[in-house]
Design a protein around this ligand. Structure first.
Ligand code: AMP
Length: 364
């Protein structure tokens, strides 16, 4: 067993990983720019830039395995560490997920459907993409875009020159707009020996590109089977170790892969209370060479993100089956500062408590 885990980035994902490690006797150390981070509040932290080679080497020296809260570290920064400390998930998985074009190429190579798209590096590329792929479409940065950041929805009313003047640059991707009936995500964990466990499919509601709430399990056996097949293909192709998430659009009853996250995922926070083994614990189990835990759901769950501000605690705590999570962050507009999870015996009860909880949550 590997019992010392180095986590690059000390955000809320890292914090929940560290907390899930305590009962197993797993000790985590973070690397991040400030000690007053969600992770730094609950476990030791090395303070420095996330891609500083010396700090990364220091983290590696203090760890039996390295993993990530923030997956956008350049592969070249990680390569020198691989000889001494295993990096899980593997560097190749991080690299492919850092670039939307490479990610879509991987999905396509594995016969996983994606939205029609084109690389855009100039005004002419955008003109051509709009002609071939049509309007509406979404122009996104290929790298470092998340939660709807670096994205622009384009329709007939948009003037090409204006759009280009606003966000024109190289390194973009134009995606055909998908008219979906639902967004779902599938989270799974794979061990180094190739064992895989899957969580129940989750249904996600976004607004402005940011996840607002998740409901799970989303009971749709054919879609779940398909999503599992796709996730398994990606995991096996990458010889993946750890938790991997794929987000999909449901379009005409088919799954269209939007993106993958080589880490624990916001749409899996409900698994802390909602499943026998949370996504955080299973990530640690996978990377520490421990047996994977059961992903069985205890009941029907919903998770609501707190964005921009923390809601009043008391009225939420009064709701039956509600668990409250404060990440210890300074509120800023749009920032994920906490979440709550509702767990109920039936989907109907869950939905009732969810609608009550939503009355107390204001996204700012
Ligand atoms: P992303 O950063 O790619 O996960 O996008 C954030 C959100 O924007 C998604 O969860 C969708 O709600 C929306 N979105 C992104 N790409 C598309 C697309 N091609 N068609 C329709 N909606 C999209």
């Amino acid at each position: 067993m590997r019992s010392r885990v180095g986590i690059v980035g000390a955000g809320q994902l890292g914090r929940m990983l560290a907390l899930s490690g305590y009962p197993l006797g797993i000790k985590t150390t973070f690397l991040d720019r400030s000690a007053d981070t969600p992770g730094g509040q609950v476990a030791p932290i090395i303070v420095g830039e996330l891609d500083d080679p010396e700090r990364l080497a220091q983290l590696a020296a203090a760890s039996d395995v390295l993993t990530f809260d923030w997956e956008n570290i350049e592969g070249t920064r990680l390569a020198p560490l691989e000889g001494t400390t295993p990096i899980r998930p593997p560097r190749a998985a991080l690299e492919v997920s850092q670039d939307r074009l490479h990610e879509k190429a991987l999905f396509s190579a594995l016969k996983i459907p994606v939205a029609p798209h084109a690389a855009v590096d100039s005004r002419e590329d955008l003109l051509r993409a709009r002609q071939t792929l049509g309007l509406r479409g979404i122009l996104k940065t290929r790298r470092l875009g998340y939660d709807g950041k670096g994205q622009l929805l384009l329709d007939e009313a948009d003037d090409l020159d204006e759009v280009w003047a606003r966000i024109g640059q190289s390194g973009l991707i134009y995606e055909q707009f998908q008219t979906f009936s639902r967004e779902v995500s599938l989270i799974g964990a794979r061990s180094a020996s190739g064992a895989i466990v899957y969580y129940p499919l989750a249904s996600n509601t976004h607004s402005g590109g940011v996840l607002r709430y998740t409901v799970a399990p989303y009971a749709n056996a054919p879609l779940e089977r398909l999503a599992r097949r796709y996730l398994k293909k990606v995991m096996e192709h990458l010889d993946y170790v750890g938790v991997l998430t794929i987000e999909f659009f449901v379009v005409n009853g088919r799954l269209v892969a939007n993106e993958m996250a080589p880490r624990v995922h916001n749409s899996g926070h409900w698994t802390i209370e909602g499943c026998v083994t949370s996504q955080f614990e299973n990530h640690l189990r996978a990377i520490c060479d421990l047996p994977l835990g059961s992903t069985r759901a205890h009941g029907h769950a919903a998770m609501v993100n707190f964005l921009g501000n923390m809601p009043k605690m008391d009225p939420l705590l009064r709701l039956d089956g509600l668990a409250f999570h404060d990440y210890g962050k300074v509120p800023r507009p749009g920032r994920k500062v906490g979440h709550c999870t509702i767990l109920a015996r039936t989907a109907r009860e869950r939905n009732e408590v969810l609608s009550k909880a939503l009355q107390w949550v204001e996204w700012t």
